[in-house]
Design a protein around this ligand. Sequence first.
Ligand code: HEM
Length: 375
Amino acid sequence: MLTAFFLEATFLGVMLFGWNRVGRKLHFVATLAVAIGTTISAFWILSANSWMQTPTGYAIDPDTGKFYATDWMQVVFNPSFPSRFVHMLLAAYITTAAVVLAASAWQLLRNRGSEPGRWQMRMAALTLALVMPVQIWAGHWSGEVAHHYQPAKIASVEGWCETKEVQATVLVAWPDKSDCGLFAIEVPGTSPYLFASVPEGEALKGLDAFAKDELPPLWITFWSFRIMVGAGLALLGLGLAGLFLWWRGTLDKPGIYHWAAVPGGALGFVAVITGWVVAEVGRQPYTVYGVLRTADSVSPVSAAQVATSLLVFMIVYAIIFTAGIVYMARIATRGFGPDDDPHAGESKRASGSPMAAVEEPAEMPEDIVAAGKGA
Ligand code: HEM
């Protein structure tokens, strides 16, 4: 974990600020190191989180009540880890592609288009069109695993009120705890196609199969899932529409597609956040699923201490996030090469400062520009 952190932290600076300062090869190696570092981080974070969802390879000390590992391989490679790791990595690629697409579309709309920028847009649309279908498969895999180990989560996600052999796909509904299925639009009889791993004749547990204190908050789980899937489908639409326009030769002409792609840059974040809400709210009322309840995991810390640390976190994050977002938005909207900004190239800050790197227009190496023109 520490190795991954140092890899990311060290090379992120070179990646962000080094475009015009280091050679192309070093910049590429730095970018690769950041990608490898973040993948290793994701591995360990996802492994730890997945263990709390599907704990294996542990025992509980009868005297202290503490968990200890009996088999580290089972702890690390617990049952929900593979599907989650794949789903999360793909989510990161999709989110990145959506941001790149939005930035390229914005550059084009603001007359900052360039040949490398146009290739950036094509690559982003292609990535969305290719990776999103794989993500739907990975999401389905995650759903099958969750159904096996956390059936109450899936009953809430799907909005299944009653236990039945064949369940419907509920598209939209106004689920209510006291009267499940208050209003619903659904496609009946679809569960055998969606949950193929369930043996024939076996009933699919609905919310009525669980004690009330074993169920996650229904409304949040149900709607977060639909927002995640909806955002994913919209991103698939953006990818496919981009490919279609590319094929027609009109992707480089600013239009409705580009206006849609700009806000579409937020959709990956929306899907990731709502995805995590599904996973984490969906595992309630447990911290360690089936073993340790959230109510029993509360540390003996006073409300005032919690409020103070929360406030400090909020202030620090607000500063770091704002600076990060402003910086990245500048990089993303600036485009490649000379643009229509009268201040482009006039660095108002000391040339050694990180912001100065943004104000210098990024020059694409000439051979790349030439390759783009030739294509
Ligand atoms: C479109 C079809 C999709 C399906 C069927 C799907 C399915 C699921 C399911 C069932 C879970 C809960 C897993 C669990 O709690 O064990 C989940 C979680 C999650 N989803 Fe999706 N998802 C889809 C699209 C997306 C997209 C487009 C993104 C992001 C770009 C995304 C990001 C996430 C994240 C970050 C989580 C939490 C991590 C995890 O538990 O794997 N999902 N998804």
